[in-house]
Design a protein around this ligand. Structure first.
Ligand code: NAI
Ligand code: MG
Length: 367
């Protein structure tokens, strides 16, 4: 059956790295490995230039109708002065909101070839493969009241509100448990039940979902601050880590940096399953931004974008075999010493964006 992909390359290096994904999609279609139908739209600064909005209603409708959205990156100095509600980032926020993307998946994988370049000891990160599942639409970033008020004594007081309902916790817990089923069968839930009511509820709800629906999964609870320490001390003790929006923001950045450069990090954001079909809305994007400092120079590392497409193959289309082959192709090319400048070390064969993309495609074709 035909699978609909909506591509939003965006600004800066976005179009350069998306071009490498398009080449892979082209090969998959030609070889008859799957049947992808792609359409492309504008998001971010380029959309603002074209029609004064960070994303048009027409492109929003296409994103809503697609089986998955592939997103490059948005923003750049050119748009620093545009009004707040049409700034490039507003396009991504609108997509996340309207697609109902409440689960953010951030893998932290250490490629053997890059273990030596980690800021930690190679044996601590070698073979690392963990997945952080972050709640993306609730918690302290969105809870009301959210304000700065002036008190009678002239001081000002800032208020942010951490709010979670049982339903919000249940659905993110299910995402984590479902993923653990396809991996090592272990989930660590991180919160701060010792000082936060939301942590108490989080702990109770995750425990109940685990016991009622996933008795075969081994669930562990860890205080979020301890989790940060453990991630740096011995990250391989974890497989899937599930946490709220705030802790997930921080823990996923910690985990990411165990493994290497920003140019290597993919992500997925998933919505709720459709009750009729079981399919989910989803958006796949590299963790990095539009890198205006290197845009247009052939210096961008396309691996984060290609890895994001591999996540789409896996999570939106169930094409596990193709996803594994693409991931393996990336690892193989890194093993061979071929590197973009951001991940180069002594003795590397330093290549451009298109050369890296071509090397990965060649390795993928050979699998
Ligand atoms: P950035 O992630 O774009 O770049 C940070 C540094 O990492 C830069 O030196 C850049 O050259 C390098 N880098 C990033 N991706 C790379 C890749 N694939 N290959 C090689 N090197 C890479 O973050 P920065 O500089 O803070 O933001 C630049 C613009 O991107 C801003 O307008 C920001 O608002 C936007 N941004 C957009 C995001 C998105 O679209 N999701 C996320 C983060 C920032
Ligand atoms: Mg962050």
């Amino acid at each position: 059956t035909t699978k609909n992909l909506f591509l939003l390359p965006g600004d800066g290096i976005g179009p350069e790295i998306m071009a490498e994904v398009k080449a892979v999609i082209g090969f998959i279609n030609e070889a008859g490995l799957a049947d992808f139908q792609t359409d492309e739209g504008l998001v971010g600064g380029c959309a603002y230039d074209a029609h004064g909005r960070a994303i048009s209603e027409e492109d929003m409708a296409k994103a809503l109708a697609a089986d998955a959205v592939l997103f490059g990156a948005v923003g750049g100095p050119k748009w620093d002065a545009v009004p707040y509600d049409v700034r490039p980032e507003a396009g991504l926020l609108r997509l996340r909101k309207d697609l109902g993307l409440f689960a953010n998946l951030r893998p932290a994988i250490c490629y053997p070839a890059l273990a030596a370049a980690s800021s930690l000891k190679p044996e601590v990160v070698e073979g690392l493969d963990i997945l952080i599942v972050r709640e993306l639409t609730g918690g302290v970033y969105f809870g009301e009241p959210k304000e700065i008020v002036t008190l009678e004594n002239g001081q000002r007081r800032a208020v942010d509100t951490q709010l979670y309902t049982t339903g919000e916790i249940e659905r993110i817990a299910r995402v984590a448990f479902d993923l653990a089923r396809t991996r090592s069968g272990r989930v660590a839930s991180a919160e701060k039940r010792n000082v936060m009511k939301s942590g108490v509820l989080w702990n109770q709800v995750v425990t109940k979902v685990g016991a009622d629906e996933y008795p075969e999964i081994k669930l562990e609870h860890v205080l979020a601050d301890n989790c940060a320490m453990q991630l740096v001390r011995w990250p391989k003790q974890y497989d899937v880590i599930v946490c709220d929006n705030l802790f997930g923001d921080i823990l996923s950045d910690v985990a990411a940096m165990l493994t290497g450069s920003l140019g290597m990090l993919p992500s997925a954001s998933l919505g709720a399953p459709d009750p009729a079909t079981g399919t989910r809305r989803a958006l796949y994007e590299p963790v990095h931004g539009s890198a205006p400092d290197i845009a247009g120079q052939g210096l961008a590392n396309p691996i984060a974008m290609l890895g994001s497409f591999a996540m789409a193959l896996r999570y939106s289309f169930g094409l596990i075999d193709l996803a594994e082959k693409l991931d393996a192709a990336i690892a193989e090319v890194l093993d061979s010493g071929t590197r973009t400048k951001d991940i180069a070390s002594e003795g590397s064969n330093v290549v451009s964006t298109t050369e890296m993309g071509a090397a990965i495609l060649k390795a993928f074709k050979a699998k």
